[in-house]
Design a binder for this molecule. Structure first.
Ligand SMILES: [Zn+2]
Length: 319
């Protein structure tokens, strides 16, 4: 059974519409489950309206006024926080609509610098998460963030390979689920993040992982308490959707009425794309019919031609 939101969570949820949907999901899930959330400091500074002109700093040192401002504001919500000691910068993504899972610890400051903020109901947990993160202890950090052990082990296993690409594990999670029929468990749909808010913020060891689904269920429970209806609406989009992932040619999504059939989007369900210019978008615009041989092997039929999309860099996930 999902616990009732605590008063602290209710107050965080009151920030919906100010902070991004992802931050609201992340923080509320962490507080309900007694875990830690790792968020961008910039997000909080902007969301809480704390001297945004002071950030980015463009300065090698993080301005103490910013840290004080955020710490004080969050303590009013009963939330403890710790700012990371490392500057970070998101790597630029290729055709993913601005979403990236690669960060670089920065050797020198730039206007795009950011920091991680670790928030929890209790300060010791936030400190512990920061220390584990900066010591690159993935498994320890995963536990503090509330990532199930099975998914954390999966991450450690595939990260060396994924980090040489765009740091995205969606195709790996897909490969772990490829033998199971659609629809997969929408509560594990981390791929929804390209088009709005996802129920979970980590890569599941499979899109049928029950432990991951239990975390996703908390996000849906929290959404019921959010007064901003657009939040719950965007979270609901994780269900009844097909997401066609390619590593470097863009990502597409469309609503599906019958997930087990995976019909190609018709006029009623327009395509959503992370990149209008990508090769994938050009091909999909001409596509009339889709044949799914496996989640990693698709044939797209146009009026005059057909093209095969196949291999580990292609992943059709249907929830
Ligand atoms: Zn798992």
């Amino acid at each position: 059974m999902t616990p009732e939101p605590t008063p602290v969570v209710e107050r965080v949820l009151a920030l919906a519409g100010t902070l991004s949907d992802t931050a609201v999901r992340e923080v509320s899930v962490a507080l309900v489950r007694g875990t830690v959330s790792r968020q961008s400091l910039r997000e909080w500074v902007v969301g809480l309206g704390i001297a945004p002109s002071l950030f980015p700093t463009g300065n090698p040192e993080l301005a103490p006024t910013i840290v004080d401002g955020v710490t004080t504001a969050l303590s009013q919500f009963g939330i403890a926080c710790v700012v990371g000691g490392e500057r970070i910068q998101m790597a630029l993504d290729v055709s993913k609509g601005g979403w990236s899972n690669l960060t670089f610890p920065m050797g020198k400051a730039s206007v795009d610098d950011d920091f991680y903020l670790y928030v929890a109901e209790r300060a010791p947990a936030a400190f512990e998460a920061r220390d584990a993160d900066e010591a690159r202890e993935h498994r320890v950090l995963g536990g503090l963030l509330g990532i199930p052990d099975c998914c954390s082990a999966f991450f450690s296993q595939v990260w060396p390979a994924a980090s040489k690409r765009q740091g995205d594990l969606v195709p790996y999670s897909c490969a772990m689920t490829a033998d199971l029929p659609y629809p997969w468990d929408f509560r594990t749909n981390v791929a929804a993040q390209y088009f709005g808010v996802a129920p979970i913020s980590f890569f599941p060891c499979s899109f049928r992982c029950e432990a991951a689904a239990a975390v996703g269920a908390v996000a849906y429970e929290a959404a019921q308490h959010v007064s901003d209806p657009s939040f719950s609406h965007r979270l609901a989009n994780a269900r009844g959707t097909a997401i066609l992932y390619t590593e470097r040619h863009g990502i597409a999504a469309w609503r599906v009425d019958k997930p087990e059939e995976v019909a190609f989007p018709g006029r009623a369900h327009p395509l959503r794309l992370t990149s209008d210019e990508s090769r994938l978008s050009q091909l999909l615009r001409r596509t009339e019919r889709l044949e799914v041989r496996s989640p990693h092997d698709l044939v797209l039929y146009t009026r005059t031609d057909q093209e095969q999309l196949e291999g580990p860099d292609v992943a059709l996930c249907v929830f």
